[in-house]
Design a protein around this ligand. Structure first.
Ligand code: FAD
Length: 393
């Protein structure tokens, strides 16, 4: 078989690339190891930055999102027993959009496969990439129905299959991988409970960080800092809610609305960046190229940024013979990647600086926090990075 582009992975990155290519009349094949039902329900991210919403809109991919997403205009820091609201929209005129990742993935699959007629294979096994340094690369996989190996020749491979996919496995020795371990864990929780506030809450507490992220009228994501590698089973329902109430409690604020915990897993917080993001005919996008711990809710946004650039660049090359986008792809992506990596580092210190038992670090962390509420320049800088640079794509 032959196809100009094989996209490996049907996450936000891969599906966005596929949709852009179909809109430009380019054939592509998307390969995904999971089932359609599974990817349409996998809970993960929820925050989409306004520039990314506009990028989706411009490519005809934001119909349901614009109807159903919630727009947030503030977040709140809780520390020292008080709550401090940070109204970023008042400062910038821009919003955070909250739209759960499974809904976005559902929209993108439907548009790609059912509307734009794109080809997609679910449940494939043992995906392997071949001859990436030649101009005739190929991808092979085991077909779930026949059990046979299938080989697809192509011009380009888009490696959009996340942190543990075939794209990362195929990296040559010349790939430079920078990694940062935070040395902490986060217990990621999804609660069947309405949000306890209309906005995101960050709790800085001596016991550790806690976060509250509204997802929908019935669903709230919570995070609790814990030791890396901690056992999620050590966190009973009672212990989770007791710690959330403690770490997020503030004077004059009602207690959190509790509910059943649907997801409970420990994330060992780390980041990495693969440089460059292109190896021969393999173009990496999203988590396959860079991971950023969910500290600043940036991962899906970076995946979309890559996908816009890669989809547009592949379409320009394949339909107009214009190589400029592909040539500049890696550098263009990495600028935003490193910008967001740096912001995650900075924000991590705010979240975790008070909980190490080190009074010096706690002192500087509280100074950094107070500055957000006393210096308009510091507030504006924070708002800009929190919302993401408003570049047009
Ligand atoms: P993925 O979404 O991982 O998609 C990759 C796809 O490839 C998957 O469907 C996978 O099944 C498939 N695949 C894997 N291996 C193979 C293979 N060998 N062959 C074929 N297919 C394969 N980001 C934000 O912006 N905001 C947030 O609020 C946020 N919160 C998060 C909370 C949690 C708990 C987690 C874990 C992540 C969060 N993120 C957040 C990060 C965000 O979910 C990811 O950055 C985003 O999913 C990256 O998209 P992607 O398309 O690159 O990769």
């Amino acid at each position: 078989a032959r196809c100009p582009v094989v996209v490996v992975g049907a996450g936000p990155a891969g599906l966005t690339v596929g949709n852009i290519l179909r809109a430009a009349g380019v054939d592509c094949l998307v390969l995904e190891t999971e089932s359609r039902a599974f990817i349409e329900q996998r809970p993960r991210a929820g925050v989409i930055e306004e520039w990314a919403v506009r990028g989706l809109e411009r490519r005809g991919l934001a119909g349901s999102l614009l109807e159903r997403a919630e727009r947030h205009s503030a977040c709140e820091f809780r520390f020292g027993g008080d709550g401090y609201r940070f109204a970023y929209t008042e400062l910038t005129g821009r919003h955070h959009w909250v739209y759960p990742q499974p809904l976005l993935v559902t929209d993108l699959v439907r548009e790609y496969a059912d509307v734009r007629g794109g080809e997609i294979r679910f449940g494939v096994r043992d995906v392997r990439l071949h001859d990436l340094d030649s101009d005739r690369p190929a991808v092979s996989y085991t077909d779930p129905d026949s059990g046979e190996r299938v080989l697809v020749h192509c011009d380009f491979v888009a490696g959009c299959d996340g942190a543990r996919g075939a794209g990362r496995a195929a990296l040559p020795p010349r790939a430079r991988i920078s990694r940062h371990d935070y040395g902490i864990g986060w217990l990621a929780l999804l609660a069947e409970a309405p949000p306890s506030s209309g906005h995101v809450l960050f709790g800085m507490h001596a016991d550790g960080f806690a976060g509250h992220m509204p997802r929908s009228a019935e669903m709230t994501r919570y995070y609790l800092q814990c030791p890396p590698g901690d056992d999620p089973d050590a966190w009973s329902h009672e212990r989770v809610w007791d710690q959330l109430q403690r770490r997020l409690g503030a004077a004059g604020r009602p207690p959190l609305t509790e509910g059943r915990l649907l997801e409970k897993r420990v994330l060992d917080m780390h980041n990495y960046v693969v440089e460059p993001m292109v190896f021969g005919r393999l173009f990496l996008a999203g988590d396959a190229a860079h991971l950023v711990a969910p500290i600043a809710a940036k991962g899906m946004n970076l995946a979309l940024n890559d996908a816009f650039l890669l989809g547009d660049a592949l379409a320009a090359y394949l339909t107009k013979d214009d190589p400029a986008g592909l040539d500049g792809y890696s550098d263009a992506c990495l600028r935003r990647v490193w910008d967001y990596q740096e912001f995650s580092e900075w924000l991590s210190e705010i979240y975790h600086g008070t909980s190490h038992g080190d009074p010096y670090r706690a002192g500087t962390t509280l100074a950094r926090l107070r500055r957000l509420f006393t210096s308009p320049a510091a507030a504006a800088a924070f708002a800009e990075q929190y919302l993401g640079t408003a570049e047009a794509f």
